[in-house]
Ligand binder design. Structure first.
Ligand code: ATP
Ligand code: MG
Length: 425
């Protein structure tokens, strides 16, 4: 292959029949979200680089080393979005959506991060996300979590664990940061290089380290729960009570911090042990300061985003999808007059049966060639229209998957005939 025709590393094609799995999951997610009153917001893929630096955080991994940023023709720095919460808040501010009331939105689409591609981690990946604005109580976090749980249930997914934690208020976090820094400085020699670098910029992120020795050290580190003020503690208790009431199991994980700076209060993550290191399927939390940080009026908010590639991988590994099936029928037409009749017949069938999956033979061919195409696509029936059928106002229907005799069916009852067979399938 010549250089120019290689796909870009970390950017994937999604082909049928895998794309059918994507459609199914997207449809389920849309149904769950719309059912709960979330409206879809369609956001641009490109935003000002500044938006991400101000929201996700200039010292976050994403902004420091994962963004696709480029100058436009006027020299303004733009970036392919690495996530969509920032864009959603930007849209809310610029479109005047934050009027002090409540707002529930969801989005879907591609995100871009320059990470090392591996299973479940790509440079273009896709998220579906939900964001809720204007609500201060733990109820909205419980609602968001319950939406994800409902989606797993609708898909038939097992083995996803919910982890929750709280980052407390701004003051709690300041107190905790000081306690954590004190501890980490005393053990600086035992820290890995990355974590040592974060001491100066983003010490909470050290809690997230995957390095074994650092993890061991952290076992004895101070915990944020011990730095919580009474309001934060009560909020977190309330969230747990609501999850209990919903019957949603969770694990409290004091090391769960999110890689994006805008989170405040509750954070959560759904994880699986089926995808190796790429274990997070869906993550989110509360971000009460972000709207104001970006220039809007103070608006409490919470949300999550799920990774479609990981969800598809997990769902496929659990065989939740029915085996791919071919079309219901393949229309074989032999000769010029039958071909013209076939066109009209196919349109009439599709009008009558909107869910019918029907391929009409294209580019002619002998009976044998057309039947070969019908077999190859996995059609359930071949519908054959030749000169003699045309003369009789009929078609010959030949079952291709079941051992049954072919039979003649009048054209004017063909739709009824297919309706029965397709429903029975
Ligand atoms: P990770 O810790 O795996 O890097 P993250 O904390 O960076 O995840 P978020 O920014 O919270 O992830 O994004 C939400 C979800 O998007 C993740 O839970 C994951 O399912 C998915 N995701 C994030 N980065 C990628 C990627 N590069 N490729 C595929 N999916 C991703
Ligand atoms: Mg990441």
């Amino acid at each position: 292959m010549t250089q120019a025709l290689r796909p870009v590393r970390g950017f994937n094609d999604i082909l049928p029949p895998a794309s059918v799995h994507w459609q199914r999951l997207e449809n389920e997610a849309a149904a769950v979200l719309e059912q709960a009153g979330y409206g879809e917001i369609r956001l641009p893929v490109v935003e000002s680089t500044d938006l991400f630096a101000r929201s996700i955080g200039a010292s976050s991994d994403i902004v420091e080393k994962e963004m696709y940023s480029f100058p436009d023709r006027q020299g303004h720095s733009l970036s392919l979005r690495p996530e969509a919460t920032a864009g959603c808040v930007r849209a809310g501010i610029t479109q005047g959506l934050f009027d002090g009331g409540q707002l529930r939105l969801w989005y879907r689409g591609p995100m871009f991060r320059h990470e090392r591609p591996q299973k479940g981690r790509y440079r273009q990946f896709h998220q579906i996300g939900a964001e809720a604005f204007g609500m201060t109580g733990a109820g909205i976090e419980a609602e968001l979590i319950a939406l994800a749980a409902r989606l797993w249930k609708r898909i038939g997914l097992n083995g996803v664990t919910l982890k929750i934690n709280t980052l407390g208020s701004f003051e709690d976090r300041k107190r905790y940061r000081a306690a954590l820094l004190d501890f980490l400085h005393r053990h600086e020699d035992s820290l890995d290089d990355d974590s040592r670098r974060r001491l100066g910029s983003n010490p909470l992120r050290i809690l997230d380290s995957k390095v074994a020795a650092t993890r061991e050290l952290l076992e004895n580190a101070p915990r944020i729960v011990d730095s919580l003020g009474s309001a934060s503690a009560a909020h977190f208790d309330e969230l747990r009570r609501q999850l209990d009431a919903l019957g949603i199991a969770y694990v409290c994980d004091p090391f769960l911090v999110r890689g994006l700076d805008y989170y405040t209060g509750s954070v959560f993550e759904w994880v699986t042990d089926a995808l190796g290191a790429q274990d997070a399927i869906c993550s989110g939390g509360r971000y009460d300061g972000l709207v104001e940080e970006l220039g809007g009026r103070r608006t409490p908010a919470a949300g999550w985003a799920l990774g479609m590639e990981r969800l598809v991988l997990l769902a496929e590994s659990q065989a939740v999808f029915p085996a791919p099936s071919g079309p219901d029928a393949y229309l074989v037409a032999l000769g010029e007059a039958p071909e013209l009749r076939a066109l009209a017949l196919a349109e009439a069938l599709r009008d009558r049966l909107p869910r019918l999956r029907l391929i009409v033979n294209a580019d002619g061919g002998s009976l044998k060639a057309q039947m070969r195409r019908a077999d190859k696509c996995g059609a359930r029936f071949a519908i054959i229209l030749g000169e003699s059928e045309l003369a009789n106002g009929a078609v010959t229907v030949k079952p291709l998957l079941e051992k049954q005799e072919q039979l003649a069916v009048a054209q004017d009852v063909l739709a009824d005939f297919l309706a029965q067979r397709i429903q029975a399938a």
